[in-house]
Design a protein around this ligand. Structure first.
Ligand code: FAD
Length: 383
């Protein structure tokens, strides 16, 4: 597979910007063995003009673009309990998305698409908002999305785009010649994106194991509270299971994209007008509010447009001002580090497949099974 200007794997975040920047249509995206997409160049069409390379924003020299020297920091969450429960952290994303839709705008976020693959999509109605709530720890498919955003902006639509920082920064670059103020961006604090192929293999493994196809998937359910997020799967035969197997591989840093270990955006120089994350370590601050494990959003306001939108939605939220010291977490300091066994994991995965690595490296031992047992009992009492 050829890559743009021979960038190495760790220098390509797979955002698709090179595809739309090429004036000759010479760049397409193609998947590697983990399902991560990389640019593939058609040599018959490529003139070596270098535009794709120049337009790429995934560079270590990134300096930050936003109006504010330092972000304004808040802890916040939805007043509405149901909306809080449906969201990953405190639901601030939904509050902002609702405001954009109410103004007649469109919202881009990440949904479970066909067969529970993970894709960016556009929504235009409040009723569709549920589909893009919740974190999916898999790299989203962005095919056609940047072009769609550009078309909406050219039609003078107000656009909210939410994505992980490498996606937001590259979209921003691709739209900078268009009128400012119509594109509002939210970057999601990111622990790295997981491998699409591992996710697909895992779902396939579950469907065989439980002899039924999936009907509902939640990659990070708040059933046991915000901090103990678990995966829940419901099958067409009505079987319902709780696991942590995919997240275990993800949080052990086996399955992130190579570029995530070399990310230029793991700091306070944010790329979006607003950055959203979980307010981890809240219990270590002196604040007494929000200590009920229902979820707290960390909100970083990085620009005047971001400030204006956040003020507009503040009526639907409980908000506590904070600061850059209280909110610090690893992904605001440095890139995630690969598991020391990642290379052997990848070799095993390529040779022997998902089930083998899931048993060898995944959390399928005694502790894992005990946790599931407790969670099952808990869910029985909830029904
Ligand atoms: C891969 C990933 C890693 C994360 N790592 C951290 C972390 O280390 N620390 C931290 O504080 N927060 C992290 N988060 C962010 C956190 O989990 C919440 O998504 C965020 O706080 C927004 O929550 P909410 O309640 O406001 O919104 P929700 O209503 O839950 O909305 C979730 C938002 O995330 C977007 N999203 C979901 N999946 C993806 C994806 N695969 N790619 C791009 N965007 C996606 C949706 O479009 C939506 O905007 C991560 C999220 C993802 C997707």
């Amino acid at each position: 597979m050829l890559r743009v200007d021979n960038k190495t794997l760790k220098e390509c975040c797979g955002c698709t910007a090179c595809v739309i920047s090429c004036p000759f249509g010479a760049v397409k995206m193609g998947p590697d063995a983990l399902g991560f997409k990389y640019p593939v160049i058609n040599n018959d069409l490529c003139t070596n003009c270098g535009k794709c390379f120049k337009d790429c924003q995934f560079v270590k020299s990134y300096k930050g673009f936003n109006d504010f020297e330092e972000p304004l920091v808040y802890a916040a969450r939805f007043k509405d309990e149901k909306k809080l429960r449906e969201s990953q952290s405190g639901g601030v994303f939904s509050a902002i998305a609702e405001a954009i839709l109410a103004r007649g705008g469109v919202v881009y976020g990440v949904a479970y698409s066909e067969n529970y693959k993970i894709s960016h999509c556009k929504i235009t109605k409040k009723e569709a908002l549920n589909s893009i709530k919740g974190s999916k720890y898999v790299q989203s498919n962005l095919d056609g999305i940047f072009l769609d955003v550009i078309n909406e902006l050219k039609n003078d639509k107000l656009v909210l785009f939410s994505g992980v920082p490498c996606q937001v920064e590259n979209l921003r670059k691709q739209t900078e010649r268009l009128k400012r103020g119509k594109l509002i961006t939210i970057d999601i604090l990111c622990h790295g994106v997981g491998a699409p192929k591992v996710w697909e293999d895992y779902l396939h493994y579950l469907e065989i194991k439980y002899s039924s196809s999936l009907q509902n998937v939640n990659m990070r359910n708040k059933l046991l509270g915000w901090k103990g997020g678990i995966e829940t799967y419901t099958f067409k035969n009505k079987k319902r299971i709780i696991t942590e197997s995919y997240l275990y591989l993800y949080f052990s840093h086996y399955i992130q994209r190579e570029s995530c270990f070399n990310c230029p955006y793991t700091n306070l120089k944010r790329v979006g007008d607003i950055s959203l994350g979980d307010f981890w370590h809240w219990e270590k601050t002196s604040h007494q509010e929000f200590r009920d494990n229902k979820g707290i959003s960390l909100v970083l306001i990085n620009s005047s447009i971001g400030k204006e939108i956040f003020e507009e939605v503040s009526g639907s939220l409980e908000i506590i001002p904070s600061n850059t010291e209280e909110c610090m977490q690893n992904v605001l300091r440095k890139s995630v580090e690969p598991n020391i066994k990642r290379n052997v994991f990848l070799k095993d995965y390529n040779k022997k497949g998902f089930k083998y690595v899931a048993y060898k490296y995944g959390d399928m031992g005694f502790i894992y099974k005990t946790k599931i047992f407790i969670a099952k009992i808990f869910s029985m009492f909830k029904q």
